[in-house]
Design a protein around this ligand. Structure first.
Ligand SMILES: Cc1cc2nc3c(=O)[nH]c(=O)nc-3n(C[C@H](O)[C@H](O)[C@H](O)COP(=O)(O)OP(=O)(O)OC[C@H]3O[C@@H](n4cnc5c(N)ncnc54)[C@H](O)[C@@H]3O)c2cc1C
Length: 391
């Protein structure tokens, strides 16, 4: 019996059986809306669709929710300082950050509004600091304050800088508690999660979409709406959907971000970020809800998914960190974990926006949902549900 059939949440339509399904002796299963991927973004989309009255099935290739990029990030609720005006990143980060604080408060998801210092550590960075503040204000980021070096150091005595911007609304959260809560909301409205159910292919066919689901007991699903929120796997999923025009599949690049943990007491009580670099926000200091400090992520362009952290990369961390924390002692850093940014931007390209597009009336694809995707999840969920309402 097919794994989804055991869940008893779909109607079986033998009349719709395709050649592939016939070969595998399967009946076609019919579903209103399918979300591919149970990361924080897929779950937020599933929640929004279910709350809008759709029957939602979430297909996740792994054996648990949130084991991809959503488990491998800084868990920072960003204020929206970095993104160009009118971009989806700017819009969803500012809106999503507000929604997320309200949501965490209402649902008891652990979080702390720690505040963040964005620092310039040499004269050449000063104009960039001013530019970032201007663009942040253009994006509707509230509460930013210019700090002199003395003011910044009165907040964080171990910090070195020439000047800083203080962002009081930057914070941290428990991303796993958030994902569990989003799933619970979606399930309360009838959504169903199918684990170990990788989407391995499909076809656009007239008004419907057929999906092939692999795993131990393969099955085939006919859906009225498919949302591809497979993160790093989104491009592979899209390429396997017959009939999806290649022009609707953007470029795909992976940029690994390695973290190093700090052994011992943390130097700062707030988050500390240097001015951003190309393709990343610079090797910054964040802490988790337990108060443990870590530095990263750096930027390492990669071709495949490998989360091991090369201890050799730690050498570059010491120089980068000492630009704003001269007190860092030799040997204080230990290899931590890594995440991989799903990027539309390549190594030599300017920054790119999130890509969220309807390539077909029944297919919405999300690509390049890198930072600030966690912060933006609720805003993205609402956006996709509104797009779907027209489907
Ligand atoms: C190093 C790093 C640091 C970051 N820090 C922050 C931060 O501090 N704040 C912030 O706002 N954002 C941050 N981000 C971005 C944020 O983590 C992501 O935008 C967000 O987690 C993306 O969620 P997602 O659901 O799109 O992807 P994912 O969490 O990767 O979920 C995709 C899911 O799809 C599943 N899947 C893949 N292929 C298939 C398939 N064929 N069939 C079925 N399922 C499939 C995967 O198993 C996975 O569970 C960071 C990202 C990185 C890499």
């Amino acid at each position: 019996m097919a794994p989804l059939k055991r869940l008893g949440i779909y109607s079986v339509r033998p009349d719709l059986t395709t050649p592939w399904a016939k070969d595998h002796n399967l009946a076609m299963e019919s579903q209103d809306a399918v979300v591919i991927g149970a990361g924080v973004v897929g779950l937020a989309i599933a929640r929004a669709l279910a709350q809008a009255g759709r029957d939602v099935l979430i297909l996740e290739s792994e054996g648990a929710i949130g084991t991809g990029t959503s488990a491998r990030n800084s868990e920072v609720i960003h204020a929206g300082l970095y993104y160009s005006k009118d971009s989806l990143k700017a819009r969803f980060c500012v809106e999503g950050g507000r929604l997320l604080y309200d949501y965490c408060q209402a649902r008891g998801v652990a979080h702390q509004r720690l505040g963040k210092l964005l620092v310039a550590t040499n004269e050449s960075e000063m104009p960039l600091l001013e530019k970032l503040k201007q663009s942040a204000q253009d994006n509707g980021v509230e509460g930013l304050q210019d700090l002199t070096a003395a003011q910044a150091q009165s907040l964080e005595p171990d910090l070195f800088c020439l000047a800083a911007i203080y962002s009081p609304n930057t914070g941290i959260l428990d991303s796993h508690a958030l994902m569990l809560s989003l799933l619970a909301d979606a399930e309360a409205k009838g959504a169903v999660l199918a684990l170990r159910s990788p989407v391995v292919g499909g076809a656009l066919s007239g008004e419907r979409i057929h999906l092939r689901v692999g795993g131990a007991e393969p099955t085939e699903i006919e859906a009225g709406l498919v949302v591809n929120a497979a993160g790093l796997g989104a491009w592979a999923v899209a390429r396997e959907i017959v009939g999806l025009p290649p022009a609707h599949i953007p470029h795909c690049h992976f940029a690994k971000g390695n973290y190093f943990n700090l052994a011992g007491k943390t130097p700062f009580s707030r988050l500390v970020y240097p001015v951003p670099g190309h393709a990343g926000l610079g090797v910054h200091f964040t802490r988790d809800l337990a108060g443990r400090g870590r530095f990263g992520p750096d930027v390492e362009w990669v071709d495949k998914i490998d989360y091991r952290v090369d201890p050799e990369r730690g050498l570059a961390f010491y120089d980068a960190i000492r630009s704003y924390w001269p007190g860092l002692k030799d040997g204080a850093l230990e290899p931590g974990y890594a995440g991989i940014r799903p990027k539309v931007q390549g190594p030599n390209d300017p920054a790119q926006d999130f890509v969220i597009e309807r390539a077909h009336p029944r297919f919405i694809g999300l690509y390049g949902i890198e930072s600030p995707g966690l912060t933006s999840c609720l805003a993205i969920g609402g956006h996709v549900a509104r797009m779907a309402a027209g489907a």
